[in-house]
Design a protein. Structure first.
Length: 480
């Protein structure tokens, strides 16, 4: 198979999940590295904090290639401090900034690095007390709040500070600051208790940015309290992804040309060509699969594949999946790749072509503005998620998808029927099954606490999973 096709399938293994009307999905074609390259080399004790720090955008991920256990240079420490500054300012909790200039020496020790980090945070005035009012010494402050633990795996204060040690300090410091300032993403989080069973429900957005990290302490505590994690699917399940890919390809000797109009086919080939994908590669995929691939570009501001891939890897589902693996929590699949693929494969031919034609116009236009609209919508949803604004999300979602309101416009009846089919198969039918799955968790004899993550639209819509569970008699509490 062509290299381009193999990279498409690899992207599906890594990041593809099912679309909902306002969920913009990810499928990059060439920029996602091989799976073994996604496991950088660093000391085991640093793993947890580095995985968190990688999502904070406070240091270049290229440092992994340069040697994380090597002593940090003065220039690297400057880069790290700049990254921390930017992340602190994004907390939106800064009242004033003092005029402070850093004089960083060569070969900084662990103590030097901790002193610099303390000086950095002390150079701001905050909306809330982060512990500076107690007038600790820099090292005492760092120990008090767990930035430096002095554990045997970590370097001693007098030793040269390694790159990974400095990145761990920076990651822990951001987590501490955002917790103290209540600046972490609140997300869409609910709790249901039934007897000895408890379920936390987290609404996800499948593509994201660095700005939504860190999650609030409430989300992190709910995750750590849970015995198991239930997701729509296990994103890192290569077997399931291979099944999805096969269902998305023609295996009966036909190609895309035999299933869509000549105009749609020609547009598809032209759009694929603009992305560097050959006709023989793209034509073996079904319209719904191509639609998902091309729609992924909405995760970028200009149709950039690398940017879309990054957004997918920063997605909430991916974060929870990686952390579930890190902490050894069982991953349950509410649907799985095959079930989701079968939903997509059940679309009528008319709906498949309708969806494909819509996304082709965006790709072929090759205008930044077309991608910016989708990117702006994604950023708006992420901002609502960060604030935990369920009401605003519901309003936005309803305006985007409410068929009765759309019928009052000049949209042809044929399109309205296709939109109704889309909503019924993508949301309504699946919502019932998700609610039943959650109900079974709550009624289980095993007495578990479960962390259930599905697309936010399944929890926040006119008649959602939450509504169905309330009808079953459950009391649902939102956690902010």
């Amino acid at each position: 198979m062509k290299k381009k096709l193999l990279s498409i399938l690899l992207a599906l293994v890594m990041v593809i999940t099912l679309l909902t009307p306002v969920d913009i999905q990810a499928a990059n074609v060439e920029t996602i590295p091989q799976l073994e390259e996604l496991t950088p080399q660093f000391s085991p004790w640093a793993q947890e904090d580095l995985i968190a720090g990688d999502n904070y955008d406070i240091y270049p991920l290229s440092w992994y290639d340069q040697g994380m256990t090597e002593p940090i240079t003065d220039s690297q420490l400057r880069v790290l401090i700049i990254g921390l500054r930017k992340k602190i300012l994004k907390s939106e909790a800064i009242v004033d900034e003092l005029d402070y200039r850093f004089r960083i020496e060569d070969n900084p020790t662990v103590e030097d690095v901790l002193n610099h980090l303390y000086s950095l945070i002390a150079s701001y005035e905050y909306t809330k007390d982060i512990g500076l009012s107690k007038r600790y010494s820099p090292i005492a402050y760092m120990k008090e709040y767990g930035i430096y633990t002095g554990a045997k795996e970590e370097l001693k204060l007098s030793e040269l500070c390694s790159v990974e040690q400095a990145c761990v300090f920076a990651s822990r410091l951001i987590t501490h600051l955002y917790d103290a300032l209540d600046a972490g993403s609140k997300g869409f989080l609910w709790e249901i208790v039934s007897g000895e069973n408890k379920v936390y429900l987290l609404g996800s957005i499948h593509m994201a940015s660095y700005d939504i990290y860190p999650f609030s302490k409430n989300i992190r505590d709910a995750f750590h309290e849970s015995d198991q994690v239930a997701l729509e699917l296990n994103l890192l399940d290569p077997t399931g992804a291979a099944i999805l890919a096969m269902l998305g390809m023609y295996t009966d000797g036909t190609t895309l040309k035999d299933h869509v109009s000549e105009e749609t086919y020609e547009k598809t080939i032209a759009a694929a060509s603009s992305l560097g994908i050959a006709e023989q590669d793209i034509s073996m995929f079904k319209p719904w699969m191509i639609y998902m691939m091309f729609t992924s570009l909405s995760g970028s501001s200009d149709g950039n594949m690398e940017e879309a891939a990054k957004a997918a890897l920063l997605g909430i589902d991916m974060n929870i999946t990686v952390n579930a693996m890190l902490y050894g929590k069982p991953i349950l699949e509410i649907e799985g790749y095959q079930a989701q693929a079968m939903v997509l494969d059940s679309f009528s031919d008319e709906l498949e072509e309708y969806l494909l034609k819509g996304v082709l116009d965006t790709v072929l236009a090759a205008e930044t503005a077309n991608y910016e609209i989708g990117n702006q919508m994604l950023n708006y949803m992420l901002d609502l998620w960060r604030k935990g604004d369920v009401e605003a999300f519901l309003t936005f979602y309803t305006q985007m998808t409410h068929v009765p309101e759309l019928s009052a416009t000049e949209i042809p009846i044929e399109e309205l029927e296709l939109l109704a089919e889309y909503n019924d198969k993508l949301l309504t039918q699946r919502d019932r099954k998700m609610a039943e799955y959650i109900d079974n968790l709550l009624q289980s004899d095993e007495e578990n606490t479960s962390f259930v993550v599905v697309g936010s639209a399944h929890y926040i819509s006119e008649y959602s999973v939450l509504d169905i569970l309330e009808e079953k008699g459950y009391e649902i509490k939102q956690i902010k």
